[in-house]
Write a protein that binds this ligand. Sequence first.
Ligand code: EPU
Length: 337
Amino acid sequence: MQIKQNISLKAYNTFGIDVKAKHFVSINSIDNLKHILSLEEFPNKLVLGGGSNILLTKDFEGLVIHINLKGLKIVSQDDNFVYVNAKAGENWHDFVLWCINNNFGGVENLSLIPGNVGTAPIQNIGAYGVELKDVFESCEAMSLKTKHLKSFTREACEFDYRNSIFKQQVKGEYIITSVTFKLTKKDHKLSLNYGAIASELNHRGIETPTIRAISEAVIKIRERKLPNPKEIGNSGSFFKNPVITKSHFNMLTENFKDIPCYPVSDEEVKVPAGWLIEKAGFKGKQFDNYGVHKKQALVLVNYGGANGSDILKLSKLIQKTVKLLFGITIEMEVNIL
Ligand code: EPU
């Protein structure tokens, strides 16, 4: 394990922002992680996993800890279920493909989500009707204070839409080191309710889909709509879809007859932020080397060499405009440094 100085973080964030870390270390064992956390000369630390949910707006003057813990193993199984433990540094999509190749069901709808296994629980990643919490059994995390490993059950994680205890009560206090998933070995519970999946399968003439067919359909849908971070820097959805009261929604329908919504409760609905941002005129807008993606207004993009601070300014302008037009506050999903 080597602590390096003045390292560019460009390759460590999917936005592709070129800022520097004063100190940088890549961690591939629990012992190394313990050791690094106990070094007193680095009080200021930033933990990076896949770097898929962060916008870097400036150089980092402390120590960046890159979590590079690798390994996938079957912990236990019975006739119906298999429990798989994946280390935090495993790439999420590679993990999904490994599950599909082994015919382990549950994560196929979450194909092609950028990032690593260890960061997936923090924001309870979700797509096409499935969330991480649906397959999550437990995770192990190291306390930055005590350097001890602690296990968190699903209940303890308090998962919610793009939210968990790791973004709330214990924010910044733990580093997730591995996640254990409960997956199906047979009679897979397929989630086909999301319209786009049904029509993609239909288009492919598939009547009885396998988990592989669903994964392939999801990959196609995502490739059509979302930019590949390897080609255009981005962090997926930059904002969360806001939840508003039904009375607020009804008021909006007077001026915006086509405003879409999803039910949440008797009193509330969720509105797609992408729709609000598109209506506010930002979809496809390009400012120098950054902008709003042309096919999905929820995604801000770096066309190459952009500053994180410019993208942050754009995101604030979008928030302000959406608030003025619709009276809705859209919250950022991405963390800002
Ligand atoms: N829409 C627009 N214009 C746009 C984008 C969306 O009008 O530019 C409207 C359309 O009415 C569309 C609806 O929004 O039917 C929903 O769009 P989409 O299916 O693309 O989903 P989303 O609500 O915009 C969420 C997640 C995505 C996830 C998809 C599919 C959030 C913040 N985002 O987006 O997650 O892939 O659903 O399940 O909940 C991510 O978190 O990085 C991410 C990509």
